[in-house]
Design a protein. Sequence first.
Length: 183
Amino acid sequence: MIQRQGRGLGRFALAGTLIAGALLVSAAPSGAAVTEPAPPAAANAASKAQGSFGPYGYRGVKLGMTARQATATGQIVLKWRDHCSAWDFKAHRNPRDKVGLYISKRRGVAVIFAPAKARTPKGIGIGSTLAQVKKAYPGLKQGPNFPYVSVPGNPKAHYYFLVDDHDRVYELALALKNQDCVN
């Protein structure tokens, strides 16, 4: 099972479904009244202001970048090295036992976990409801452990959504479909 290191079972990150191609789904921020989808220009402006999560990466770090390329962005800091190295975003440091992203020796940046305030271009992030995710990403599929969706605009990636007992997203990841860091 794939795990993002963290606090207890509530911090389980992507399970074996990541490798199976599960995608994360996004929805409007929790508590937001959704009557009609915002025009694409308005949605893009809002997501950029909050730190757009996807479709290719986050804060200049893009899926597939080598460790050297990702480090050159000045946005990340190394936590530890292994088969895949573990990194944090400098602006979003995690506790010692959690990571912000994994970089594969073979595939480059393979998995990026969304910081608390990050939102997908469709407005989905931590705290969004499952209903909001389904509305934003009608192609959402239920994997064995969590819902996922192919990332609109990036055929090589999935969004993975971990949802709590109250149907709220507590973990969101952007991952290469062929990533080899988490299982």
